[in-house]
Design a protein around this ligand. Structure first.
Ligand code: NAD
Length: 358
């Protein structure tokens, strides 16, 4: 298995591997870039088929965090960790404490938080052996869960998308389809409902669908039917790679704005969307509410009003991206990448100038 020449390596600063025989922990931490600050990103636990799959995942995810935090205007770099194992069967307090010890070996260059397969409760256990853990705030309404902030950020970004696409300031009567009404999707559906939108939902779990239908008056649709609906906007809030040749050909929407990470199956699909006249809200920009929340939790003086104000700036960033894409004829995804690179690359230049002067 190659590391430095791995196709997803992309100038990572550091990749660390760790094994603890006693607890059975096998984990990787990837630090992509720390130009703007220490790297922060979730700890994912997943039963990867092999080490190569785990490495690919952690490299891709940590790179994504650099871009996400830079775009969100946070003094954070990008990093991520993965624990190889089934969270339902192999997660023990010993294993989580060993993960904390692993995180300590990086001396604060990587700060962890919850992700797929780990919870706020797990972060508390990891926090027994390391201080470099976030998403633990006590006494807040959400107890450290970043999902409500993610949903609010998507809502704000969705409004900016509708404003650019249709020139409208409100969402009354806008037809929105939501794929996945879990932690983020359901909360987004609620905000949309309150704003007067008409909601269509799907999920692979019937109880999740029933909750949206019964509590919000949403219309339930089949999990495949969601791509053929005659609606205005599609909000993917389930899984990645959902915008591909098959689904894009079927979509009749004018815009896409949702929470899911890595929505484009391949980079070229941004261009396919553009040619079809579908305005795409880049995923890591619109779903940054969670990392913004976690950042303020990490700072130690969590002020909900300040967090909300920061999340609302997602709308300004979306506007900047849409405008630049229109002016240059580039895709919104490409414009977002360029702005993010300017931000964390620019800081690099500043750092070098500072150290040269010192
Ligand atoms: P979740 O697991 O709570 O919700 C996902 C929902 O999608 C579940 O209800 C699941 O049953 C459903 N689903 C899965 N496959 C589906 C399919 N094929 N068709 C329809 N429904 C399907 O996860 P979440 O925390 O709500 O996150 C949703 C997405 O947003 C994920 O891609 C996640 O990576 C991304 N995201 C989440 C956060 C956060 O703060 N939770 C932050 C940034 C990005």
């Amino acid at each position: 298995m190659s590391i430095f020449s791995h196709h997803a390596y992309d100038k990572h600063e550091q990749v660390a591997f760790y094994q603890d025989a006693k607890s059975g922990l096998k984990a990787i931490i990837a630090v992509h870039n720390t130009n703007l600050g220490p790297s922060l990103g979730g700890c994912r636990m997943w039963p990867y088929a092999d080490d190569g799959e785990a490495l690919e995942d952690v490299l891709r995810l940590s790179r994504g965090m650099t871009y996400k935090s830079a775009m969100a205007g946070l003094k954070l770099g990008g990093g991520k960790s993965v624990i190889i194992g089934d969270p339902r069967k192999e997660k023990t307090p010993e294993l989580l404490r060993a993960m904390g010890e692993f995180i300590n070996t990086l001396g604060g260059r990587y700060i962890t938080a919850e992700d797929s397969g780990t919870s706020v409760a797990d972060m508390k256990v990891i926090g027994e052996t390391t201080e470099f853990v976030s998403g633990l705030i006590e006494g807040s309404e959400t107890g450290g869960d970043p999902s409500p902030s993610t949903a609010y950020g998507v809502f704000v970004g969705l409004k900016a998308t509708a404003k650019h696409r249709w020139g409208r300031d409100d969402l009354k009567g806008l037809k929105v389809s939501i794929q996945g009404v879990g932690n983020v999707g359901f909360r987004l559906a609620k905000l949309l409902k309150e704003a007067g939108a008409e909601i269509f939902v799907t999920d692979i779990f019937q109880d999740n669908i029933d909750r949206a239908v019964n509590e919000l008056g949403a219309t339930a649709v089949g999990s495949d039917e969601i791509f053929d609906l005659d609606v205005d906007l599609f909000a993917p809030c389930a899984m990645g790679a959902i915008l591909n040749d098959d689904t894009i050909a079927r979509l009749k929407v004018g815009a896409i704005a949702g929470a899911a990470n890595n929505q484009l199956a391949e980079e070229r699909h941004a261009q396919v969307l553009r040619e079809k006249g579908i305005l795409y809200a880049p995923d890591y920009v619109i779903n940054a509410g969670g990392i913004i929340d976690v950042y303020y939790q990490q700072q130690g003086n969590y002020d909900p009003a300040q967090v909300q104000e920061h999340i609302e700036r997602i709308a300004d960033t979306m506007q900047e991206i849409f405008q630049r894409a229109e002016e240059t004829g580039e895709t919104t995804a490409h414009v977002a990448d360029r702005i993010a690179e300017e931000r964390f690359g620019h800081e690099d230049a500043v750092k070098k100038t500072d150290s040269a002067a010192a």
